[in-house]
Design a protein around this ligand. Structure first.
Ligand SMILES: [Zn+2]
Length: 502
């Protein structure tokens, strides 16, 4: 009897085995076939590849900039007809941004997905979820294949997004280690903000090799931090690391709204990058508009709009280059996630927008913070003595019924926030509410930008990122495979296919 049952099981097993195998192959194949067909490409290989990442740039950020360009008649873009350089690209996609553990990604996991094609956890730089496997980024593969590589960012160059292209770290906070990997990368051109921890003071690393700029020099990099030396750079300059001549908050470049003429812009760094990298074997260039994100974290709509324009101007240089090399250039523009829960439309303005009111804002929230903190250092500061600065920088006035006049409700909000700002951050009365109302920002400043943004018809829901998909735009060689609805890991897959990189 026992043998009979055993034989029956054996028979069943032998008969079922081929079906199981077939089923497994089918499921497995259909999964990879789906990704493969989404990202398959048989056309000409792209020799010059530009990847532009608007950090925190979802559809609301793009739309706000375009709406503003129509409304801001007295702005830097006075004809009112200007549109962003990439919104009319021939191929457009919607891109999901969730990471391995959350629907809301940070820039480290989003950067890893775009640079390497894998999902990972928040905070992880181009490594797997167990922080053991180091992923090889598309930029490292491009370099191996003989292309030159450039990495540019308006925030510090050791920040999460740029880091995912040249570094592998279990934590984005290892900024000294990240900057050392920059010097070890052998990439040809770095430009943008400075670094957060040049001497490794925050690092627990054993046997530190010293200051990162000296270390990079030993590795053959020219360090450039003056306009005079920057303009001289050309394709014979060798490996260069350009640091903004005016580092601002957290070693980043200035917010575009605060940048004076003459200080290098993201577009200047991009244009020069093309000049330095242009060579027979082609190049890969990643440009991050990082301060769009920082402005949106602070719920400062006008600063985000101005940095979106700065980003758009950088893209324009790539478009100009592509027109000269039409059969071999690919330009991809995407966002790594939305930030701030920004939207067009507010309860108080209903079906209207008044973006021309944003023209009253003259500086970023960060610049106001700076001036306000100097005032706070003096004792007995009153709200009335700060009001002139609010009017000067944001156009908000005490008056009755004028366009930029504060209502009684808005005045109450400002005064409450001012009182909150005068308290030590740790001793703020109601911590939980404070985190929802003001985030980790200066209460007065964030209340000012909220009031101005609402007057314009812009709303915000958070001081963090959100989980909505972002738009992706493509131009040039292979652009057609960037149409449709796909994941951020597919951006890697699509670029790799068009570059013929395995
Ligand atoms: Zn962010």
């Amino acid at each position: 009897m026992k043998t009979k049952i055993r034989n029956l099981f054996l028979k069943l097993f032998v008969t079922a085995l081929p079906f199981c195998l077939l089923f497994f192959l089918f499921v497995n194949n259909s999964a990879t076939a789906g990704t493969a067909s989404r990202n398959s490409y048989a056309g000409n290989k792209a020799k010059y590849v530009f990847l532009f990442i608007g950090d925190g740039m979802g559809l609301p950020q793009v739309s706000a900039a375009e709406i503003y360009s129509g409304a801001g008649k007295n702005s830097k873009y006075p004809d009112g007809s200007r549109v962003l350089s990439f919104t009319d690209f021939p191929s457009q996609g919607l891109t999901t941004t969730h990471d391995a553990s959350s629907f809301i990604t940070d820039s480290a996991s989003a950067g890893t997905a775009i640079a390497c094609g894998y999902k990972t956890l928040n905070g992880v730089i181009s490594m797997d979820v167990d922080k053991k496997i180091k992923y090889e980024s598309i930029s490292k593969k491009a370099k191996k294949n003989g292309m030159k590589v450039g990495i540019i960012s308006s925030v510090s160059i050791d920040h999460a997004t740029p880091a995912t292209f040249y570094s592998n770290q279990p934590s984005r906070k290892n900024m000294y280690e990240i900057s050392l990997e920059l010097a070890d990368s052998g990439f040809d051109y770095f430009a943008g903000g400075s670094v957060d921890d040049p001497d490794g003071k925050k690092s627990k690393m054993q046997n530190k090799p010293g200051n990162v700029f000296s270390y990079a020099k030993k590795k053959g990099y020219k360090i450039i931090n003056s306009k005079k030396d920057f303009v001289k750079l050309n394709k014979k300059s060798g490996k260069v690391w350009v640091v903004t001549e005016q580092p601002a908050d957290a070693a980043s470049m200035l917010y575009e709204i605060d940048r004076k003429n003459g200080v290098s812009s993201l577009a200047d760094f991009t244009k020069k990058g093309i000049e330095v990298l242009d060579n027979e074997n082609g190049f890969f260039m990643m440009v991050e508009g990082g301060k769009i994100d920082w402005a949106c974290h602070a719920n400062d709509g006008m600063s985000a709009i101005r940095d979106t324009f700065a980003f758009s101007e950088a893209v324009q240089h790539a478009v100009d280059f592509a027109k000269k090399h039409p059969a071999e250039t690919l330009i991809v523009v995407t966002g790594d996630h939305e930030c701030g829960g920004m939207t067009i439309g507010f309860a108080g303005t209903q079906y209207d927008t008044f973006f021309n009111k944003l023209n009253s804002q003259k500086v970023s929230f960060a610049k106001f913070d700076e001036d306000f903190s100097k005032m706070k250092a003096k004792s007995n500061l009153t709200f009335d003595s700060v009001m002139p600065l609010i009017t000067k920088y944001f156009g908000l006035k005490t008056g009755k019924g004028g366009d930029m006049d504060l209502t009684g409700y808005e005045m109450d909000l400002l005064k409450t926030a001012f009182a909150e700002s005068l308290k030590d951050a740790k001793s703020r009365t109601n911590d939980e509410n404070s985190a929802i109302i003001y985030g980790s920002y200066e209460p007065l400043t964030v209340t000012i930008t909220h009031i101005l943004n609402r007057k314009a018809g812009i709303g915000w829901t958070t001081y963090s990122h959100t989980g909505v998909p972002v738009p992706t735009y493509a131009y040039g060689t292979g652009n057609e495979i960037f149409n449709g609805f796909y994941d951020n890991t597919d951006i890697y897959g699509k670029m790799a296919a068009v570059m013929n990189i395995k």
